[in-house]
Design a protein around this ligand. Structure first.
Ligand SMILES: Nc1ncnc2c1ncn2[C@@H]1O[C@H](COP(=O)(O)OP(=O)(O)O)[C@@H](O)[C@H]1O
Ligand SMILES: [Mg+2]
Length: 158
């Protein structure tokens, strides 16, 4: 488990850029944490790191947005999702086990549907500075060789 503390929105975006730059085909990133924790900010950074040119917006009303980049980004948000059916109708296998990078906000609402191998990031408002600081707890689930925490630490904790 890697703990990173971000003291600003810009820094969270930068951490996202590092993650996006390191992500490979098939990397699935589950983002958890309360409303306002910074999941969408991090997702925007990940998109930048993937070379996505389009503006990334919160997909909470549409369930998923697709952005072309170095690799396709599939950006999900389970916040308003009431059951897994809707996801299955989308044909999520194609995305979850495909050749792009998947970011899922509120992933822990439907943990059963996520691939076993994933990068899991829990975001929390830092108790000592909840207005502008966030603690990020980053860990790998399954034997994910598609992502290196060591590399992330090296790049992100300069
Ligand atoms: N260190 C930080 N990292 C990310 N967001 C921060 C930080 N400090 C303050 N914020 C604010 O917190 C909010 C995060 O919003 P958002 O990314 O939409 O959250 P979520 O998607 O988790 O609901 C934004 O208003 C942002 O300006
Ligand atoms: Mg969000």
């Amino acid at each position: 488990m890697l703990k990173l503390t971000s003291t600003s929105e810009d820094r969270t975006r930068e951490i996202g850029r590092c993650i996006g730059a390191l992500a490979r085909e098939g990397t699935v990133i589950a983002l958890n944490g309360e409303l306002g924790a910074g999941k969408t900010v991090l997702a925007k950074g990940i998109a930048q790191g993937l070379g996505v040119q389009d503006d990334v917006i919160s997909p909470s009303y549409v369930l998923m947005n697709i952005y072309p980049g170095r690799l396709n980004l599939y950006h999900f948000d389970f916040y308003r999702l009431e059951n897994e059916e809707e996801l299955l109708e989308l044909g999520l296998e194609e995305y979850f086990y495909g050749d792009g990078v998947v970011v899922v906000e509120w992933a822990d609402k439907f943990p059963g549907i996520l691939p076993a191998k994933r990068l899991e990031i829990e975001m929390k408002k830092s108790p000592e500075d909840p207005d502008s600081s966030r603690d990020l707890y980053v860990q790998l689930q399954g034997s994910l060789r598609l992502f290196s925490l060591k590399e992330l630490e090296k790049r992100c904790c300069l």
